[in-house]
Ligand binder design. Structure first.
Ligand code: NAD
Length: 412
C-alpha cells in the first residue's frame, strides 16, 4: 500500500468514531486533496549543465483556514508521499484547533548533493513556479525534512520579489527576517511536552525512563537536548549514517558539540556503534522515530521492545505495524498530536508577522504547552471513553472539527 492509501485507511476507520454525521461522498470530498500542483524546476548547475527537478505543492483542505504545511527536499518526495503528508496536516491543525488547513510541498532532490548556490536557485525557481497559489491568507509553507530557516528566507525573498515584502508568507524563517523565537526548537519541545504528559498520566519519573531517538536533525536533536535537560536518560540516537548506543545514558550536550564540529557521530567516545535497524529494536521506555516515514513496518514491528512509540516524524508507523504493536500492548502516540509543536509555533509566527510584533520566548513556550497539552487531554480522554487507540482518537477529533466547519460554510 502507498502512504496516501495508508492514511485514508486510518481515516475511514476513524470516521466510525465521529459525532457529526457525514455521507460517504462528503467524507471523500474532505479527505481528497483540493489541488495538486506539479512543477518542473530547471536550474543551471555549477558545472554549467541544466538539470530539471520535479516539485510539488499539494493543497489538501482549507475549510478551517489557509493551507499550511512544510516543504521537504528529499529523493523520496514523490507526489503520493507529499499527498499523504498534506492530508496529515489537515488533521493535525484541526486536532490542535488552530485556524489553518493542510498542505505539503516537496522537491525530489538530495539536498546534500547540491551546492549552496544550486539550492538557492532551485528554491527560488520552485517558489516562483507556485507563487500564484501561495499567500499569507492562502497557503503558508514552512521547513520540513531537508529544508531549514535558510530555505524559508530564500522562499520569502522570491515571493517578495513579485508580491512585495511579505514576511507572513512562510514560517520557520530566521528571527532576523521575522521568524519567531522558539520556532527552531518548537517541534522537539512539543514532543517532550507530550512525553511529560504521558509520564504524568502513568506515574512515571523522567530519570527512570529511557529514550531512543531516530534522527538527529531539526526535530531529533531538540528532542534529545530538551529531554536530556529534563533528566530523561537518552540511551541511543541516530542519523542517516548510523546510530550510537550506551545503556547508561549519553551526555547530549557533549554529543551536540562533537556532532556540530564533525557532522558525524564517528569517533564519539564511550558508545557502541550500531545500525538504525538495531536502534529501533533496543529495549527502552520511549522509542522516538524523528527521521522519515514508514521506518516501523511489517518487517521489524515484531522486534520492537519499547513501552511507547512517540511519532515525532510524520507517518513513521505503517498500518500493519500499528496492529502488531497494539497486539504487543505497545502504545503509539500519533504524529498529528506528537509533532504538532512545529505548526503551533508557526501559527504564533504568522500572528506576529501579521501584527509586525515579537513575542518573548516565555510566551511562545507557555502558549505552546497550553495548546499541545489540551490536545493531549482530548486524545487521551476520547481514547479511554471510546476504547480506541490514540491514533484513531486523534484522527477522529480532527475529522469532526473539519466536518463541523465544512457544514457551517455550506460545503456539505
Ligand atoms: P531534518 O532533515 O532536519 O533531519 C532528518 C534526520 O533524519 C537527520 O538526522 C537525518 O540524518 C536522519 N535520517 C534521514 N534519513 C534517515 C534514515 N533513512 N534512517 C535514519 N535516519 C535518517 O528533518 P526534520 O525537520 O528533523 O524532520 C524529521 C521528521 O519530522 C520528518 O518526518 C518531518 O516531516 C517531521 N516534522 C518536522 C517538523 C519540523 O518542524 N522540522 C515538524 C513536524 C514534523
Amino acid at each position: 500500500m502507498n502512504p496516501y492509501d495508508e492514511i485514508n485507511l486510518k481515516l475511514a476507520e476513524a470516521s466510525q468514531y465521529i459525532t457529526n454525521s457525514v455521507s460517504d461522498g462528503n467524507l471523500e470530498m474532505i479527505t481528497t486533496p483540493w489541488r495538486e500542483i506539479v512543477v518542473s524546476c530547471p536550474i543551471k548547475m555549477d558545472n554549467g549543465n541544466t538539470k530539471v527537478f520535479t516539485g510539488y505543492r499539494i493543497q489538501h483542505n482549507a475549510v478551517r483556514g489557509p493551507y499550511k504545511g512544510g516543504v521537504r527536499y528529499h529523493p523520496g518526495a514523490t507526489q503520493n508521499e507529499v499527498k499523504a503528508l498534506s492530508s496529515l496536516m489537515t488533521w493535525k491543525t484541526a486536532l490542535v484547533d488552530i485556524p489553518f488547513g493542510g498542505a505539503k510541498g516537496g522537491i525530489q532532490v538530495s539536498p546534500s548533493k547540491l551546492s549552496k548556490s544550486e539550492l538557492l536557485n532551485l528554491t527560488k525557481r520552485y517558489t516562483l513556479s507556485i507563487d500564484k497559489f501561495l499567500g499569507p491568507n492562502t497557503d503558508i509553507p514552512s521547513p520540513d525534512l531537508g529544508t531549514n530557516s535558510q530555505t524559508m528566507a530564500w522562499m520569502m525573498d522570491a515571493y517578495g520579489s513579485v508580491h512585495g515584502y511579505t514576511p507572513a508568507i512562510v514560517t520557520g524563517k530566521p528571527v532576523e527576517l521575522g521568524g519567531s523565537i522558539g520556532r527552531d526548537s518548537a517541534t522537539g519541545r512539543g514532543v517532550v511536552y507530550i512525553i511529560d504528559e504521558i509520564c504524568n498520566k502513568f506515574n512515571l519519573e523522567p530519570n527512570n525512563n529511557s529514550l531512543v531517538i531516530q534522527g538527529f536533525g531539526q526535530v531529533g536533536r531538540w528532542i534529545a537536548k530538551i529531554a536530556y535537560d529534563n533528566k530523561y536518560k537518552i540511551i541511543a540516537v541516530s542519523d542517516v549514517s548510523g546510530a550510537i548506543h550506551n545503556n547508561n545514558g549519553i551526555n547530549i550536550d557533549e554529543l551536540i558539540k562533537h556532532y556540530d564540529s564533525n557532522k558525524t557521530f564517528d569517533d564519539y567516545k564511550n558508545v557502541n556503534f550500531i545500525t538504525n535497524y538495531e536502534l529501533l529494536n533496543l529495549k527502552c521506555d520511549f522509542l522516538v522515530p524523528a527521521a522519515i516515514e514508514r521506518v516501523i513496518n511489517i518487517n521489524n514491528a515484531n522486534d520492537i521492545k519499547c513501552k511507547y512509540v512517540i511519532e515525532a516524524a510524520n507517518h513513521p508507523v505503517t498500518p500493519e505495524a500499528d496492529e502488531i504493536l497494539q497486539s504487543k500492548n505497545i502504545d503509539v502516540f500519533p504524529d498529528t498530536l506528537v509533532n504538532s509543536g512545529g505548526v503551533i509555533v508557526s501559527y504564533f509566527e504568522w500572528i506576529q508577522n501579521l501584527y509586525q510584533h515579537h513575542w518573548e520566548i516565555e510566551r511562545v513556550n507557555s502558549e505552546l504547552k497550553k495548546i499541545i497539552t489540551k490536545a493531549f487531554e482530548e486524545v487521551y480522554e476520547k481514547s479511554n471513553t471510546k476504547k480506541i487507540n490514540y491514533r484513531l482518537s486523534a484522527l477522529s477529533i480532527g475529522l469532526d472539527r473539519v466536518i463541523h466547519t465544512a457544514n457551517l460554510r455550506g460545503y456539505l
